[in-house]
Design a protein around this ligand. Sequence first.
Ligand code: NAP
Length: 675
Amino acid sequence: MRLESFVRGSWTAPGQELAEVRSAVTSDVVAQVVSGGLDMGEVLAYARQVGGPNLRRLTFHQRAELLKRLAIYLTERKEQLYKISYQTGTTRSDNFIDVDGGIGTLFVYASKGRRELPNSTFLLDGSVEPLSKAGSFVGQHVLTSLNGVAVHINAYNFPCWGMLEKLAPALLAGVPVVTKPATITSYVAHALVRMIAESGILPEGALQCVIGSTGDLFDHLTCQDVVSFTGSADTAQKLQRHPVIAREAVRFIAERDSLNAAILAPDAGPGTPEFDLFVKEVAKEMTVKAGQKCTAIRRAIAPNAHVPAVIDALRERLSKVQIGNPELENVRMGPVVGLGQRRDVLAQVEKLRAEADIVVGDLENFNVEGADRERGAFMPPLVLHCPDPIRATNVHRVEAFGPVCTVMGYDGLDEAVTLANRGDGSLVASLYTYDPGAAADLVFGVGAFHGRLVLIDRDCAKEQTGHGSPMPHMVHGGPGRAGGGEELGGMRGVHHYMQRTALQGSPGMLSKVTQSWIKGAPAIEKDRHPFRYHFEDLEIGQTFVSKLRTITLEDIEHFAEFTGDTFYAHMSEEATKDHPFFPGRVAHGYLLLSFAAGLFVDPDPGPVLANYGLDSLRFIKPVQPGEAIKVRLTAKAKSPRNEQYGEVRWDVEITTDKDETVANYELLTMNAVRP
Ligand code: NAP
C-alpha cells in the first residue's frame, strides 16, 4: 500500500523519497510512504483560505454537531481500523483504547460543545469589569477563533486517539487542521483520514493530512497558527527551536515523554485493597500497548518494607501475561512497534541497569504465541529494582518506551515526594492509599510537578479510569520534561485555538457588539411585556420594570408556615438582636424570589415555554416587614437551541422602592421561535 497525503481536497504523493513501513508482528512491509514534493505554503494557504472560513461560518453548536456525526460514522467503521492496527503490534483491547478512545473524545467534545458553549461564534471570557466611577466605561474579555491552521504532529503510539483528541478541540474552536502522523504507524492514521474524507461530514479544507516529512511547513507558519506536537523530548526541542516559532510567536504545545510514577503509601501494605490495586495498575501500564504509552508507569515507588512484596506480586501477575500475535484472543501483549523500537528500548534498559537490576522478565527466555519471536518486535515485560533511588539518576531520566518499569523504595512520605519529583515534570502520577492525610501530603507534595494525579483506592476501584488514560474532560499534559503543554481539559483545550482580547468601551456599545446585555446599557422598553416576544423577535436589552409590592409580617409568617422554613431570622425579633447581618426580623430570600416572579411574570400562554433555572443568585440587602420591592427584568443573552425554541438568559434585579439592590440573579427560560 502506497500512502498518499490528503491535501487541498485530494490524495496525492508527488514526492520521490520512499520509505518502507514494516509490520511489528512479522516485519513484512505493510506500507510505502512517499515524502516530499508537497508545496507546504499552499497546504497552509488552503487551510487558511478555505477551511478556516468554512468552519468559522458555523456556530459552536453546529461544529459540535459535526463532531457528533463524525463520531457516529467512525463508530460504525471501527472494526476496519482495528484490523489494520494489529500490524502495529496492538491487541484488541489496545485498539479499543486507540480507536474507541479517539472516537469517545469526539463524542465528549460534541456534547460539551452543545452544553457549555453558546450557539455563536465567539466566547465571553469572565465577567464584566467596571473600569470607571460612573459606570460609562467597562471591560469584557472575549475569545475569537484564530484565523490560522492547527498543525498537529503526532507520536506513533496512538495513530487514532492522537489524531482525534487534537482534532476535536481545534475544529470546535473553528480552526482547520493539518495533521501529520508518525511514519511508522501512518497507515492506520491514513485509513482514518480516508474514512473522514469519505464521510463528507467536515467542511472543505477543515482537515488535511501530510504523510511523511513536513518539509518546509514551519517556514510558512504565522502568529495565527498553533503547533501541537506529541512525541519525544528531542524532536520537540528541535521543532521548538525553529526560528519561525520564535519570530512569529507561534503557539507551540508540546506533549513529550515523562517518567510517570505510581506511589504506594505506607498504609497500603500487602493485604489491603490499595496494595492489590497498585500492583494491578503497574502491571497493566507495563503491558497495555506493550508499555508504549507516554502516560505509562515508569517508576513504581513503594515503602522500603513493601518492596519485596511488590516485586513478588508483579512477578506473579506478569507471569500470566501471554505475549504473541495481537490478533489472537488469549494474547495480552503484542510486540513493540518495530525492531528499531525494540533495539531502542533495550538500549535504554542497559542504561537503567547501571543503577537497577532486572528482577522480573528474562530477555532470553520468554514464550511468544502465534508469531515468529525473531521476526516480530517481541520482548517480555521487565521489572527492574533500584536499591538506591535517591542517588540514582538514570532511573529518573531514561525513558525505556516499552514494557519496562523500575521499582524503588522510600523511607517516609517526604522521600516518596522527592523521588516522584525527580522526574522533573510528569504527565501523571497515581497514588494508592486509604489514608486522606497521606493522600493530601502526596498531592500537595507532588502537585506542582504533575499535570494529573489519580487517587486510587477501594472506593473508586471499580469505576476508576486508570493511571494511563487521559480523559477529555481533564487536562492532559505536564510541566518540565512532559513538555509544559496542556491538551484536552474540556473547554480549556478549545481555548488554545482562540485569541483572548480585552474589550473596553461603554456598556451600550459592548452590549451590542457582544450581544450580551451589560448593566448600564440603555434599557429598551416596548409597549408589550418581553414575555410576549418570540425568540427571534426579542431584543437583547429589552426590559420590564414591575410595580412595587410591600412585604408584610403576615407574608413572612405565612411563607414560614407554608414552607416549613422557620429559621429564627424570619420568626424572632429577639433572636436577631446584635446579629451581624440582620437589623431585625427579615423576609426569606426565597419569599423575595417568589414575589419577584409574581411581579415580573406575564401569565398568559405565549412564547415563554418554561423557566429552567437560576444562575448567580446573590441576596444583597435584607428586607424587613413594611419595605417595598420591585423587579427589573432585562433580556441579557439568547442562544438558539433548535427549530422550535431557544434559551433566553434574563438579568433580574430586585430593588427596594429607594432603588437599593436587594438581590440579583440570572433567570433562564426557553422561548418558542415564531411558528
Ligand atoms: P518522535 O520520534 O519524537 O516523533 C514524533 C512525531 O514528530 C512524529 O510524527 C515524527 O514524524 C515527527 N517528527 C520527527 N522529526 C520531525 C521534524 N524534523 N519535523 C517535523 N516532524 C518531525 O516520537 P515517537 O517515537 O513517534 O513517539 C514516542 C515518544 O512520544 C515517546 O517518547 C513518548 O513518551 C512520547 N509520547 C508523548 C505523548 C504525550 O502526550 N505526552 C503521547 C505519546 C507519546 P516521523 O515519524 O515521520 O519521523
